[in-house]
Design a protein around this ligand. Structure first.
Ligand code: ADP
Ligand code: ASP
Ligand code: MG
Length: 415
């Protein structure tokens, strides 16, 4: 063992992930690099994961769209992966300018092993040998996020926001803490860009964060939270705009002693949802079974499922919501799978969700949600509840009012 190795073994490892805005220009990359230098100067051992520069993924998607390719197409993933390739190299250069040694690593070089569909692959494993070797030499690895390679040597991307997942998976493999640097200074009670009264949470539980993310709070990708929970990765969200050493942020924790005391932790929203209603005679759950398997085959996410039996014996009404972008594909698959069943659609909707571990003890919350929205003449199209969440489908143009009203009604304007 070389002198100094024993000391290094005890250094705190930190995977620092920088999102699109945090690497959006040479200036932002320089500033983000200075945060890594500060961590390194403070005796931590940083490993960096970067997103593509802000706007780049949309730009590449637009270009692929010119050739009728979208998410899910092999060539689209090859093009998309280039976004993170550029920012990883630039970040390594910025670190070098600060006197640190750094090296960029593409998903296929590590390799980060992926499986599942193009445009939405999941991480199946990761070889961290190259990271260990670089760190042992004092070189900072910079992984290009959002990408990996499958067992057929195909480049794949991990779905929008997927660099969060790259970071969580790398932190798990390296037994490191995972710092998610972004353009807000933590997780708020709702999107601070929509509601100026939103408050930053010091801590939020994995389960609450997972629900908030799944219901549209894009500050973290849902699968990254799932991964952090399953592998007990300490994760926090903080601002890359803070001065070195000054960021506070939000801890994503397993046991939220503080959070448990709150009834509601946050309000999330997702615009551009559609409601689908299926009306037909049901033979032992036949409609549900046929439609959900047809949608699953098309990788179409289904949410807010409600089934009601009509007064006519055997007739059921099955309703659910899908993202508007999936509507055409959903329609095609349902028509093919269901034949005679009547299918109705409603578009221009949004989903508003109230999330909180405290909801477990409060069965009356659905009633209060009805009255808060009802008083403001906001019609609830569909309501669904789960253990720590209540979601309502409302008109797209009422979503901001609904979020603000619920945020105030559940005491989140001042916590
Ligand atoms: P990055 O590019 O760093 O990955 P994202 O744009 O994916 O950043 O996520 C950060 C954005 O998430 C913020 O700018 C904010 O508008 C939005 N957001 C939505 N809900 C929340 C919330 N509850 N707390 C914090 N940010 C939120
Ligand atoms: N660049 C990808 C996106 O815009 C991945 C990410 O930023 O996490 O979705
Ligand atoms: Mg993101």
């Amino acid at each position: 063992m070389k002198a100094g190795d024993a000391g290094k073994r005890h250094m705190t490892r930190v995977v620092a992930k920088f999102g699109g805005t945090s690497v959006g220009s040479p200036e932002r990359i320089r500033h983000s690099a200075s945060l890594i230098k500060a961590a390194s100067d403070a005796g931590e051992q940083p490993v960096v994961v970067v997103s593509a520069m802000a706007g780049e993924t949309d730009r590449i998607l637009g270009l692929a769209g010119e050739f009728s390719a979208g998410l899910g197409d092999r060539e689209c993933d090859v093009a998309l992966a280039a976004g993170e390739q550029v920012s990883a190299a630039l970040m390594a250069l910025a670190l070098r300018d600060l006197g640190l040694e750094a090296r960029s690593i593409m998903g296929w070089q590590a390799p980060v092993i992926t499986k599942g569909p193009f445009g939405g692959a999941s991480i199946d494993g990761m070889d961290v040998e190259v990271f260990e070797a670089l760190m042992a030499q004092g070189i900072i690895p910079v992984l290009a996020g959002y990408q990996g390679i499958d067992t057929d040597a195909q480049i794949q991307t991990l779905g929008r926001g997927g660099t969060d997942l790259s970071a969580a998976a790398l932190a798990a493999a390296l037994k490191a803490r995972c710092d998610i640097y972004t353009d807000v200074d933590g997780v708020y009670t709702t999107d601070p860009r929509l509601v100026p009264e939103a408050q930053r949470l010091d801590a939020v539980s994995h389960d609450e964060m997972l629900e908030l993310a799944a219901q549209g709070a894009k500050v973290l990708q849902p699968r990254s939270v799932e991964f952090a929970k399953a592998h007990q990765v300490p994760m926090r969200v903080l601002s890359s705009f803070a001065e070195p050493g000054k960021a506070e942020g939000t801890d994503i924790v397993a046991e939220p002693r503080i959070a448990e005391r709150r009834l509601v932790s946050g309000v999330a929203y997702a615009r551009d949802q559609a409601r689908v209603a299926l009306l037909g005679t049901d033979d032992c759950g036949d409609i549900a079974q046929k439609s959900f398997s047809a949608l699953a085959q098309g990788q179409i996410g289904v949410d807010m499922i409600v089934q009601t039996h009509s007064r006519t014996p055997g007739v059921v009404n099955l309703e659910f919501s899908v993202a508007h972008k999936d509507l055409a594909a959903a329609r095609e698959r349902l028509e093919e799978a269901l034949g005679e069943t009547e299918i109705r659609w409603e578009t221009g909707l949004a989903k508003v969700s109230v999330v909180g571990a405290g909801l477990r003890q409060r069965a009356d919350i659905a009633r209060s949600l009805f009255s808060v929205l009802g008083e403001r003449n906001i019609e609830i199209k569909v309501l669904s509840t789960s253990e720590i969440k209540i979601s309502a489908l409302v008109e797209n143009n009422a979503v901001e009012r609904a979020v603000r009203a619920l945020h105030a009604a559940y005491g989140l304007d001042q916590i």
